[in-house]
Design a protein around this ligand. Structure first.
Ligand code: SAM
Length: 452
C-alpha cells in the first residue's frame, strides 16, 4: 500500500543551520559560492533528467531522506554525478591532494611499506583503494613499491580498486595499465575489470568492498567517506526529526528541505542517546564500511588509512555542493555538481568497535610533516633547476600543508590490527628479562618519531 505523505504535514526547513563554508580557492573543501540558484532547470525549459527522476520519485512516494537524495544524485547507475564522467581536476569540479602533488601519494606509499614491515613483512600484500578517482594515488604508491623493491623482496603485491563509476574506472585503467586491462565478460562478475599495471602488478576493479578477496590488506580511502550518503536530523520540541527532500509547490522544477512530521526509522536508530547538538549528520553507509574494514583487519591482518575533511563529532551542518570549483546549492540542478559532507571521525571510531585499534584523526599537516614531507621537498628542489617547476613544487607543498589551506582541514585516521601496537610476547616468556621482546615499531605519520 502506498502511504501518501501530504506535503502540508511536512514542516519546511529554512536553511538556517546551513553554515557558510570558509575559503581557500579552487580546492574541494573551500571557496564561498559565487552563485547559489534555487533548484531551477539548467536551460530554463526542461528539467534535467536527474531532477525529473527525483521529482517523479518524490511525487510517487513522498519526500525522500537526504541520504537517498545524495545516493541517487551521486551514484544513480544511469545519471549519477560520479557515474557519468571524470569530475576531478582543473577542468572538473574539484581537485584533491593526490592530484595536487605526487609527494602526497609517495608519502602514503612509504606509510604502507612501514605498516607492512610493522606487521612482520607478510608474503602477500593487497593494496585496496576505495574510490580511487583518476588512479593517481594508487599510481604514486605503486611507484614507491617499485623503488622499495629491495625492501619488499619477493612479496606478492596486488592492486584492488573499489569504484562505483564506470567512467572513472576507465580513467583509472588508462592511467594505471595503459591498454592492458579488459572488462569482465559477464555483467554480474564481481570483478568487473582486470588488468596489469606498467610495473607488472595485477589490478582488479570491484563495485563493492565485500567482493575484494580476503587476505593481508592495506586499505586506503582518500576523499571517499565524504562522498557517501548522509542522513540529516534536526532537534525539535517534539524530539529528533529527519530532514527530507521534497518538491517545492511554489516553484516548478525546484526542490526544498522539509522535516519529517514524525520519527523515521533512521531518526530513531541513528541519533545517539545524549546527543547535544541541535543538528546532526550521520553517514550510516560509512559506518557499515568501517565495520567491514575493522573485521577484515582483525581477521586477516593489515591496516586502513583514511584521509578526509572532517571533525570529531562537533560539527552540525556540513552538507554542500561543488561545481567548477565553486560552492553550489545542494538542491540546485542535481547531478550537475558534487555533493559532500564532512566525515564524523568519532562516529567512524565508534562503529569500528573495540576489536581494532584506531589512531587519529590528526591533521594532514601533522601527518605529512611526520612522514618527512620537508625532507622530501628538499630532495626534489635540489634536483629541480627549472624555475617554474620549483615554483609549482613550492606552491603545491603549501596547498597540502598550510593550516589555512588543506593542512588543517584534512585529517588522517587509521585502523590497525590490535597486535600492531602491543609489545609482542617473547616465545620463551617475559621472565627472561634479558630476552624481552622489542617494542613495536612506531606507527609512521601518527608519531613524531617516524620519518622527520
Ligand atoms: C571525491 S572522489 C575522490 C577520488 C580520489 N580518491 C582522490 O582523492 O582524488 C570520490 C571517489 O569515490 C568514488 N565513489 C563514490 N561513491 C562510491 C561508492 N559508494 N562506492 C565506490 N566508489 C565510490 C567516486 O567515483 C570517486 O572515485
Amino acid at each position: 500500500m502506498r502511504v501518501f505523505l501530504g506535503v502540508k504535514t511536512y514542516q519546511l526547513v529554512s536553511r538556517v543551520f546551513i553554515h557558510p563554508i570558509s575559503p581557500p580557492a579552487a580546492v574541494r573543501c573551500g571557496r564561498a559560492a559565487s552563485r547559489c540558484v534555487h533548484g531551477s532547470s539548467e536551460n530554463g525549459k526542461h528539467p534535467p533528467s536527474m531532477l525529473r527522476h527525483l521529482t517523479s520519485k518524490i511525487k510517487a512516494t513522498g519526500p525522500i531522506p537526504v541520504a537517498e537524495y545524495m545516493r541517487e544524485v551521486l551514484t544513480n547507475p544511469v545519471t549519477g554525478y560520479y557515474v557519468k564522467k571524470d569530475v576531478l581536476g582543473p577542468d572538473g569540479d574539484f581537485i584533491t591532494s593526490p592530484e595536487i602533488s605526487q609527494i602526497f601519494g609517495e608519502l602514503v606509499g612509504v606509510w604502507i611499506v612501514s605498516e607492512w614491515m610493522g606487521a612482520g613483512r607478510p608474503g602477500t600484500l593487497q593494496l585496496v583503494e576505495l574510490g580511487p578517482g583518476k588512479g593517481s594515488l594508487a599510481g604514486d604508491i605503486l611507484r614507491v613499491f617499485s623503488q622499495l623493491r629491495s625492501v619488499l623482496g619477493e612479496t606478492s603485491v596486488s592492486l584492488h580498486l573499489v569504484e562505483v563509476s564506470p567512467a572513472l574506472s576507465l580513467v583509472q585503467a588508462q592511467n594505471l595499465t595503459g591498454t592492458c586491462s579488459r572488462e569482465a565478460h559477464r555483467e554480474d562478475d564481481p570483478v568487473y575489470r582486470r588488468g596489469t599495471t606498467g610495473m607488472g602488478t595485477p589490478a582488479s576493479w570491484y563495485r563493492r568492498l565485500e567482493d575484494v578477496p580476503a587476505g593481508f590488506s592495506i586499505f586506503v580511502a582518500h576523499e571517499f567517506f565524504d562522498a557517501l550518503p548522509i542522513h540529516k536530523f534536526q532537534k525539535t520540541e517534539q524530539g529528533w526529526r529527519e530532514v527530507m527532500v521534497d518538491t517545492d509547490p511554489d516553484k516548478p522544477d525546484a526542490l526544498r528541505f522539509v522535516l519529517a512530521p514524525s520519527p523515521t526509522l533512521a531518526s530513531c536508530t541513528l541519533v545517539q542517546a545524549g546527543e547535544r547538538r541541535e543538528h546532526v549528520e550521520v553517514c550510516a553507509e560509512g559506518g557499515v564500511i568501517i565495520q567491514q574494514l575493522a573485521q577484515r583487519i582483525v581477521g586477516d591482518g593489515g591496516a586502513a588509512l583514511i584521509a578526509d575533511y572532517g571533525h570529531d563529532g562537533t560539527k552540525t551542518d556540513t552538507f554542500r555542493g561543488f561545481k567548477e570549483h565553486q560552492l553550489h546549492d545542494v538542491l540546485s540542478s542535481p547531478g550537475s555538481a558534487d555533493l559532500t559532507a564532512d566525515v564524523d571521525f568519532s562516529y567512524l571510531r565508534w562503529m569500528a568497535g573495540g576489536g581494532v585499534a584506531c589512531l587519529g584523526p590528526i591533521s594532514q599537516r601533522t601527518f605529512l610533516k611526520n612522514m618527512g614531507i620537508d625532507t622530501r621537498m628538499q630532495v626534489l628542489l635540489r634536483s629541480c633547476s627549472d624555475a617554474s617547476s620549483r615554483k609549482q613544487l613550492i606552491s603545491s607543498y603549501h596547498r597540502l600543508t598550510d593550516p589555512a589551506d588543506m593542512g588543517q582541514r584534512f585529517h588522517f585516521f587509521s585502523l590497525l590490527h590490535p597486535g600492531r601496537l602491543a609489545r609482542p610476547q617473547h616465545p620463551e616468556g617475559l621472565k627472561l628479562e634479558r630476552k624481552r621482546s622489542p617494542a613495536p615499531l612506531p606507527v609512521a605519520g601518527f608519531s613524531e618519531l617516524s620519518f622527520s
